[in-house]
Design a protein around this ligand. Sequence first.
Ligand SMILES: Cc1ncc(COP(=O)(O)O)c(C=O)c1O
Length: 400
Amino acid sequence: MSSSLDIDFYETEDPIWNPALLTIPVPGIRKMVNLAATMEDVIHLSIGQPDMPAPAHVVERTIDAMRAGQTGYTMDAGLPELLEALAGYYGQRCERRLVPENVMVTTGATEALYLALTATSAPGREFIVPDPAFMLYAPMIRLNGGVVRPIPLRAENGYQLDPQAVIDAIGPNTYAIVLNSPSNPTGTLYPRETIEAIVTEAAYRGVYVISDEVYDHLIYDDQEYPSVLSCCSDLDHVIVISSFSKTFSMAGMRVGWLIASQAAIKKLRRYHMFTTTVANTPCQWAGVAALRGPRTSVEQMRTTYQARRDRLVELVAETPHLQGYRPEGAFYMFPQLPAGTNGTNVALRMLREIGVCTIAGDTFGDANPNALRISYSTSLAQIEAAFERIIPWMKKQDFG
Ligand SMILES: Cc1ncc(COP(=O)(O)O)c(C=O)c1O
């Protein structure tokens, strides 16, 4: 049986593009946000970026850099001052010696993920990925023929990852394990024991751990953050990815990075030169200012998000049909509707009928089509207003 896509593909007179592009789905987020844009009075619980401005000193440094004529390319690995600042910052935070040659600056964490996943993926290689996960990982792996091996996670235990399930999934074709703690879309923070168990076994079996740590400063209840960099004995099998986007509200400034062994960084530099050349130069200077300057805004942001998280947990608990939990990081929650409920239909109906925009679970994998991603990167007032609509609406539903 051939799908309509196949027919279009073979019968069209248009030039044939790379069929690998078919691995990239139409993002569920775009569909919802585009529909919401045609409506009035929509409350967005769909936002994937901080709702706070970048720190003033960071903005000033960008403008100063431009005024000072720092508008050319940097060296290919990144601005030397930023490489130095990142190596020092991670070295101190993770208590290990890092040199600038362990770092490469990219156009956001997105480019870092693209380079790491497409440089390692190849036909037949398997990548273990928790499900649900940030929606970029699976297509980037499949683009180059790699196979995604999902590990299903559930709301009942706060979407925690069982390290033994990951270890059991490692087989002869496993090339890498993708981790993202705290997670988008669940906000789940993996404890040190989980990360250590996975990283140790992966190193022993010669499997890479590719760790997306973009939410590493959005951690609540004074918990420590176990970065993969603080859980590995050497860097031979780890690639850590992060960016300024979330921690410093700099998503549009597009500066991220990879931390890995010097040998891996050497290979990735070649690839990076042929992908985006270098990251945005004035914003790399802004990054130096972010790392070296005061962190008061980061702490304020964390406190604000934690208060919102606390209130959201209460509101979800008061909502019929939604099973919540207590996310420990990032700014998302991924509550489940009763088993068998189609989350896409519910998200669409909630948008159309009460003007509340959430993102359906199937955007993030196959394991939880009955979930909704709720982002609390919006004011407490908006969160309250959204649930004043959601709770009475849910009371009227019968998902049985
Ligand atoms: C888990 C995760 N990784 C990476 C990114 C992309 O970050 P950047 O803006 O640095 O490209 C996001 C953005 O939403 C994310 O949620």
